[in-house]
Design a protein around this ligand. Sequence first.
Ligand code: 3HC
Ligand code: NAI
Length: 694
Amino acid sequence: MSDLVKLTREGAIGIITIHNPPVNALSPGVPEGIDECIDELTADDSLKAAVMIGSGRTFVAGADIKEFGKITSGQTKRGVAFLPLLLKIEDCPKPVVMAIHGTAFGGGLELAMAGHYRVAVASAQVGQPEVKLGIIPGAAGTQRLPRLAGVAKGLEMCVDGNPVKATQAHELGIVDAIIDGDLLAGAVAFAREAIGKPAPKTRQRNAAGNESVFAAARESARKKYRNMLAPQAAIDAVEAASKLPFDQGCEVEARLFQQCLFSDQSKGMIHVFFGEREIAKVPDIGKDTPVLPVNSVAVIGAGTMGGGIAMNFANAGIPVLLKESDQAALDRGLSVIRKNYDTSAKKGRFTPEQVEQRMALIRPTLTYDGFESVDMVVEAVFEGMALKKQVFGELDKIAKPGAILASNTSTLSIDEIASATSRPESVIGTHFFSPANVMKLLEIVRGRQSGKDVIHTCMQLSKKIGKVGVLVGNCRGFVGNRMFGPYRREAQFLVEEGASVEAVDKALYDWGMAMGPLATGDLAGLDVGWRIRKEYAHLEKPGIRQPIAEDRLCEMGRYGQKTGAGWYEYDENRRAVPDPEVAAMVRQWAADAGIPQREITAEEIVERCVYALVNEGARILEEGFAMRSVDIDMVYVFGYGFPAYRGGPMFYADTVGLNEVYGRVRGLEAQHGELWEPAPLLKRLAEEGKTFRA
Ligand code: 3HC
Ligand code: NAI
């Protein structure tokens, strides 16, 4: 018998325990073990019913996601097929009670629904999150869930992939009873009651739905999950549940599951699933590295970033001192924070009491009083080395020994900032993204002397405040903005060569980016890049082509959304309207600069912008400013609206094939010059037939 699943006895009740830490995934051996236990249960006359339960922290959290890659690459050995096993459980002549704690997700919920009854502790959650991996339930989840929860709710759960709490699952009919106290004891008692009664089979229930539910779901998924295959496939599968007998519905589901599983989209999303977990692992910082306490924080600067940063800490229950240089700026900053919280409360994300609790955690100040006792300071004053050094010099005198001194700088050297202190080991970059209370990404910038405990603490803290923390090196622009430069440069070149502003944005939006690059510039403020370019102009190599248009727009005061005009014009609702004047001006500037005009396709726009990201990413990787290509991918997926179903820029390049990408980059170099010189790493990996990932 498999070590992963065991049958024990408690009187007439067989207890089937699944033990496959950490999450009892259905790895090879688990279905086989369950299969053997069901045989034994059926054969043993002394057993009248069974309870199936997970050991450790959870019931079954789903199929083993690592196995999917083996299936698509043809490396897997076929074990017990899961769908027939579920039928076998459902057809077992003795009642099987599924006892749920933790998470019954994906194949875990499918397993639970094949039992005759489900009981759960109130803290448990159940769901079909497969769409988040670019697939759909593959073991009758789309067929059984609508039969238990109703078509509308089953559809929603399979399409959005969000779990429901056990109490809601109980109301929906997915769970039969909530167990207070010991789950196993409660489940055994439940099983005793079930002995001798006809055992209900979910698949024999009806799942009728009306046509309009599906049409509306398709329309909504088209917008919400732009370009994504899995949500549409989930709708097709649930529709099959509502129209076809169970067996035929399962056949439809199986076909759609295969299509999704073998798509690049699921490969990309599975890469993101594991990537989000992999980035927490820093090779030279072990789990035993000390984590410093962060029970109180101070933020300096209550502007665009400082206010949002303070909100993150308050949301996590950490008190924040918020320092400004003058009262008017402080009042402005606090009123923006209050407005953001009120908007969230109106949307039902917080109760009014929670808003007040959070506001009460943010203590405004104009002085350094109280800074001597905080565990961490995050500086978010204007971008300028002299000011940052002044602030860190002051902090060095005031902050207690061991306090973390973090800068939110987006471009400046952490090492130079740290040099203004006598404790560079306490200094680190915490680069939040705007709006800081919303965006998931946090680049944690490792200075030359940043302490391992300081880094480890910031990585842990990122989770606590709901961010995805990626450790990056201290180069200009760090990882995200350094790559964003060439990406946006190409977008501007394309406009200067004849593409319209709207065509450039549309091509990348249609390809999957959350926003086009020019519209993104308008959102962030074109003046930010303009100021940076002026500050670093002396570092540019003479004779290299530079974009013209954005600096000219800034010289005209067109900074983007904040001034009502940039690449686009903005109405009072900040809706972008194409501006023919910009189009005419760009044509004139291009003519003055002697840039030939031509027709440009959407494919060329995507290729140039995305390969510019990839080529710069390859340099960053080779120079060691990112630890792995997956770190770069996560920066882009969580901070720059890169489509998760493409896995991130480096993973996307791997999918295309590095030989192909390298060939195109060389072609672009021949056409456009040395800005397109292939990164040495890209060249080497392409020639060796390797990938960034490997
Ligand atoms: N397969 C393989 N490994 C898994 C896994 C799974 N289904 N779920 C979690 N893991 C691994 C994680 O990669 C992580 O590994 P690591 O420690 O080496 O980094 C470890 O288990 C712990 O996971 P988390 O760090 O995520 O732990 P949390 O406690 O924060 O979260 C969880 C637990 C809520 C279960 C979360 O891991 C999760 O959402 N997992 C995925 C669940 C899922 O998507 N299930 C559906 C799978 S597809 C399927 O079932 C298809 C079916 O229809 C046939
Ligand atoms: P901002 O101009 O909106 O806010 C800066 C605030 O700092 C102002 O309110 C100013 O009064 C205050 N300030 C200046 N000197 C101070 C001092 N000595 N003590 C206390 N307060 C002081 O600037 P923003 O956009 O918030 O940027 C702050 C930092 O965050 C910069 O380093 C910037 O590069 C970085 N950043 C900005 C992003 C953005 O999208 N705006 C994104 C990521 C990082």
